[in-house]
Design a protein around this ligand. Structure first.
Ligand SMILES: Nc1nc2c(ncn2[C@@H]2O[C@H](COP(=O)(O)OP(=O)(O)OP(=O)(O)O)[C@@H](O)[C@H]2O)c(=O)[nH]1
Ligand SMILES: [Mg+2]
Length: 391
């Protein structure tokens, strides 16, 4: 599957930059192209220059809102981010149109953090613009939620997240949600190491996008997971996960294929990888709320067999009983068994619900504060009314 990737704001652009690197990796190691166009859109000049893999020209690194921000961001005011996107949206559309191999792509993936200003405000506006112009290609959003400490320190983080999520849900074909906080828990040494977190966020997309683009027969499995399966799966609130278990590199002379014990070891390893993918989902959710699911098994071809694929399917059905499940196998890996898992069409995501209810109670408080500021300013003006002005 091929994606046109567009990052918005600092977080979105950095993750888009990681997608550009993922494409370089796919091209050099596998001879496959997975992102025919990667773009970065920001109101901040310095952040755009800090990227390393997205092409460094103004058509790929797109500066918007210069007149309003002077190239310094919108300071977490996502209403301003949205306003600028409405004014400068054509710049983004023009850039996409001139991308040389745009026509090869199957879908769009737009990326932003929910708590910031530029990305949070711009992503839904541009999603809508793209949908109006390219009705035949789905537009997916990848939304990064703030760390817990940001939510407690700054109410804006919660409010921005709520308004961003609500708007995205109204326009995008699917919203893939990623909770920054989940990636801290995995390994404390990663704390504040955003670059490492970004790598973890994009990694599950590698096999997922490569599998259907594979041309060499030896890397094509019994059931290829292609763009159609992914397009059919992604809808509404969505989470993604990834798990792996090691398989021996130099295996001993193998018992015959029908050997029951070896098959059950493989199944055990497959289930272990599936469990890890489930526990490392990009946001915590209840799998039984999923209406659709997809898993991709990537393993050395000698480790794969129909029983394993079938067992994994049954295992997932037990965990996500309401979901229509699609799957594929990809005989690519040499030393591990990996599972990429998507749960989609979720009917409930607790975290999203929390943002909505917290923000609803914040609205009157924000209004009260605004009125207080305006009141104080009026009093000051009143006091200075007899002072001569120099203008
Ligand atoms: N995972 C990840 N999160 C990031 C990264 N950079 C920022 N964030 C998160 O994104 C939120 C801040 O949003 P930014 O993307 O910096 O904001 P912006 O869209 O550039 O908007 P303004 O700077 O306000 O104009 C916070 O919740 C950060 O924790 C990153 O590289 N990776
Ligand atoms: Mg910024």
């Amino acid at each position: 599957m091929k994606l046109v990737v567009i990052g918005f704001g600092q977080c979105g652009c950095r993750i888009a930059d990681d997608f550009a690197r993922l494409n370089e990796r796919a091209r050099s190691r596998r001879g496959i192209e997975i992102t025919p166009g990667v773009f970065a859109v920001n109101t901040d000049t310095a952040d755009l220059s800090g990227l390393t893999s997205i092409k460094p020209d103004y058509r790929h690194r797109i500066l918007i809102g210069v007149r309003k921000t002077g190239g310094h961001g919108v300071g977490k005011i996502n209403e301003l981010g949205a306003e600028i996107a409405k004014e400068d949206g054509d710049k983004v559309i023009d850039a996409i149109r001139t991308a040389k191999r745009f026509y090869e792509s199957d879908a769009f993936l737009l990326i932003a953090s929910a708590a910031g200003g530029t990305g949070s405000g711009a992503i839904s506006v541009i999603t809508q613009y793209i949908k109006e112009r390219y009705a035949d290609k789905p537009v997916y959003n990848l939304i990064i939620l703030p760390f817990e400490h940001e939510e407690t320190a700054e109410e804006r983080a919660v409010y921005n997240s709520a308004t961003c999520l609500k708007s995205v849900n109204a326009v995008a074909d699917a919203a893939i949600i990623v909770d920054n906080q989940r990636y801290i828990r995995k390994d404390f040494s990663l704390k504040n190491n955003l670059a490492k977190i970004n790598e973890l966020i994009v990694e599950p997309f590698y096999d997922l996008l490569c599998a259907g683009e594979e041309k060499k027969p030896k890397y094509i499995g019994a059931k290829t997971l292609d763009a159609g399966d992914i397009l059919q799966t992604l809808t509404g609130w969505t989470v993604i996960g990834y798990g792996k278990s090691q398989v021996p590199v130099f295996s001993l002379p193998r018992p015959r294929k029908s050997d029951f014990r070896s098959k059950s070891t493989e199944i055990h390893k497959g289930i272990q990888a599936m469990d890890e993918a489930m526990s490392e989902l990009s946001i915590s959710c209840n799998p039984s709320d999923a209406g659709r699911a997809l898993y991709l098994l990537s393993a050395p071809s000698k480790e794969m067999n129909m029983d394993l694929v079938k067992e994994l399917g049954e295992y997932l059905k037990g965990i996500a009983p309401k979901a229509t499940i699609r799957n594929g196998d990809y005989p690519r890996e040499k030393t591990s068994m990996q599972i990429t898992l998507i749960l989609s069409e979720l009917s409930d995501v607790e975290k999203v619900r929390e943002y909505y209810s917290k923000s609803t109670s914040l609205i009157p408080e924000f209004k009260r504060r605004q009125e207080e500021i305006e009141g104080k300013l009026r009093t000051m003006e009143e006091l200075g009314k007899d002072i001569p002005s120099l203008l």
